[in-house]
Design a protein around this ligand. Structure first.
Ligand SMILES: [Zn+2]
Length: 611
């Protein structure tokens, strides 16, 4: 069994979590669930960075004791596990966890040959907790925070990073340490080629307010927060804490020192720490490197950088969003809309529109229609296996290829491509229904063809439920339940697997900035559905904001359409009111464009800041 160790970065807890934090956690959870589903042995670790000076400053500003302040916010991060349906195996808190401090001290001693003490004067950003050279500060300001760093002169311990340029370069170019996307790999190689300066790994205890881990043998200094924080990936595994004479704990041997993969997820702002400092520290201590680093970009909200102090910021708390709209909707937005490279803008309207378009109207509608038809035409029993009927080739391909497509996409950390492969099943199935019109087959008495159609549609729903598991585990369970025959061989009665969000969201206060568009207005009506649109009917449905199951139960209008929909009482209204938008291909093109832009334009200017 392949051992797969997946980590997220441990955020500062100087404030409560926002939607940006949820991105990395959800991505890591998808990887963890996917690998578990493949039979791999998986450990998914998250946590919080409690020992940051930023926490101290924020606690002072809030007039709260540091431990109490840190505990409160760390708890909010910890509770994201339940709110977002995360399968975190281990959650480390660097101030509280008894495994952390002895591990960091052991790691420090293991690096002793590369540590030396020296006076240093430089420009220090408290926000970043790092020294900058003037060349790294456009306009004299921190590129992350836009603030002017303070001038600091003090005696510190330094780590001899300069010694590791060649081995780091070799690890990355050989693929032993994979960095994705490629633009980030080039960025790291350029950093290395630009020359690696030794970096400070401690600070005077007085400046840290006594918060942090003292340097072993030099209690006047505390270990620099980055050195301390980076060690969390191995201290939680029992690094330096072996029993019976072993140097390290069993978990460390299994998850870090063994043959499996060690996958680390992080945001672009901490790339240098994770792709240069951390691997160099591991080389210095004689330990293996991560096998892969995936770097995501940032989210903005309503076009602005997400600020923890902004008015209404509580609405961007992932737990609050999940409570209001469901974990499925939050996860789906993060996975479907955030590109592999490039920033993404979060708004509540987009979250609602995406969930309603694809989950309620797309997948949920599909499952309901199929289950309703199986009940109406076949007494709840999915027909026996039959060859793919004419017109079902694309759907059959979407079903057969979904697993491989998901696997390939996730191997490249492309969550949008992966979810597009699942969405393609629902999209093709809805097109197929509109094309073959099962209700007409039923009316005309084509029993054999109707069996083949319903069998293929049953396969589609089952496949969608199965492939959805890593992405939307809760929804996947509901879809699968709808498609699984009971003891009597019949499917359960149809019940909605997704609720529509748009109607409910209208009750939210306008002051909160919610502007909710009816997602149906964004549908495009072209495509395989050649049924003449009944504009009045569509409009009437929109106006009512009818819930899905009501739509399914209502009969279409009388009149000219009557002959066309002769059998159109009750579930024959199963015909969809509109085609779903087909945007998977567009997403991929966007992604490619982001990658290209990044490679060709953004990179040079970003690198200039570092060199
Ligand atoms: Zn900064």
């Amino acid at each position: 069994m392949t051992a797969t160790y997946i980590t997220t970065t441990i955020p500062y807890v100087n404030a409560r979590p926002h939607i940006g934090h949820a991105l990395e956690l959800v991505q890591a959870d998808v990887l963890a669930r996917y690998h578990r589903g493949r039979g791999d042995d998986v450990r998914f670790q998250a946590g919080t960075d409690d020992n940051s000076l930023k926490n101290v400053l924020a606690a002072q500003a809030a007039g709260v004791g540091v431990p109490e302040f840190v505990d409160r916010n760390a708890d909010a991060f910890g509770s994201l596990g339940g709110a977002l349906s995360l399968t975190v195996d281990d959650f480390i808190r660097t101030s509280r966890d008894r495994r952390h401090r002895p591990g960091v001290e052991a790691f420090w001693r293991a690096c002793a040959d590369d540590l030396y003490r020296q006076r240093y004067a430089g420009l220090y950003c408290t926000g970043c907790e790092q020294f900058y050279t003037p060349a790294e500060l456009p306009g004299g300001r921190c590129p992350e925070h836009g603030t002017e760093p303070e001038s600091v002169s003090e005696e510190n311990w330094f780590f001899r990073l300069s010694r590791y340029a060649a081995p780091l370069r070799e690890a990355i170019t050989s693929g032993r340490l994979r960095i994705e996307p490629a633009g980030r790999r080039h960025e790291v190689l350029a950093l290395i080629d630009g020359g690696l300066a030794d970096f400070s790994v401690s600070r005077p205890a007085t400046r840290a307010g006594g918060w942090g881990i003292p340097v072993p043998g030099d209690p006047g200094q505390v270990i620099y927060v980055w050195f301390d924080a980076l060690c969390n990936y191995v201290t939680a595994l029992g690094y330096g804490q072996g029993a019976d004479g072993a140097a390290h704990g069993e978990a460390y041997q299994r998850w870090w020192a063994g043959q499996g993969s060690r996958v680390q997820l992080l945001g672009k702002g901490v790339l240098r720490f994770h792709a240069v400092f951390w691997p160099a520290m591991l080389l210095a201590s004689g330990q293996p490197l991560p096998t892969a680093i995936f770097v995501h970009d940032y989210l903005t909200a309503d076009g602005r950088k997400i600020s923890k102090s902004a008015a209404g910021a509580d609405l961007l708390e992932p737990a609050a969003l999940a409570a209001e709209y469901g974990a499925d909707a939050v996860r789906w937005w993060l996975l479907r809309e955030v590109p592999r490279a490039g920033d993404a803008d979060f708004t509540v309207e987009r979250l609602i529109a995406r969930a309603d378009d694809e989950l309620a109207n797309g997948l949920g509608n599909l499952v309901n229609r199929v289950v309703a038809m199986v009940h109406r035409y076949r007494d709840g029993r999915i027909p026996s296996p039959a060859p793919v009927p004419p017109g079902g080739e694309d759907l059959d391909a979407a079903i057969r290829l979904a697993g491989d497509r998901v696997g390939t996409a996730l191997a490249g950390f492309d969550f949008r491509q992966a979810t597009a492969a699942v969405w393609a099943i629902a999209d093709e199935a809805n097109r197929f229904i509109n094309r073959v019109r099962p209700w007409e087959l039923a009316r005309a008495g084509h029993a054999g063809r109707l069996d083949a159609v319903l069998y293929l549609l049953g396969r589609a729903c089952t496949a969608a439920g199965r492939e959805l598991v890593p992405f939307l585990p809760d929804a996947a369970a509901r879809v699968t339940a709808q498609c699984t025959p009971g003891g009597d061989g019949r499917l359960p009665e149809p019940s909605p697997v997704f609720r529509r969000l748009a109607a409910g969201a209208r009750s939210l206060p306008a002051a909160a900035g919610f502007h909710v568009e009816d997602p149906q207005q964004e549908q495009d009506h072209q495509g395989a559905d050649d049924r003449p649109d009944d504009a009045d009917r569509v409009e009437a449905v929109n106006a009512q904001r009818a819930v899905l199951d009501q739509v399914l139960q209502e009969a279409p209008d009388e009149g000219a359409d009557d002959a066309e929909h002769a059998g159109a009482e009750a579930p024959d209204g199963i015909a969809a009111w509109h085609e779903q938008p087909r945007d998977g291909a567009g997403d991929e093109a966007d992604d490619q464009q982001h990658d290209d832009e990044y490679e060709h334009a953004g990179l040079a200017s970003q690198l200039a800041d570092f060199m």
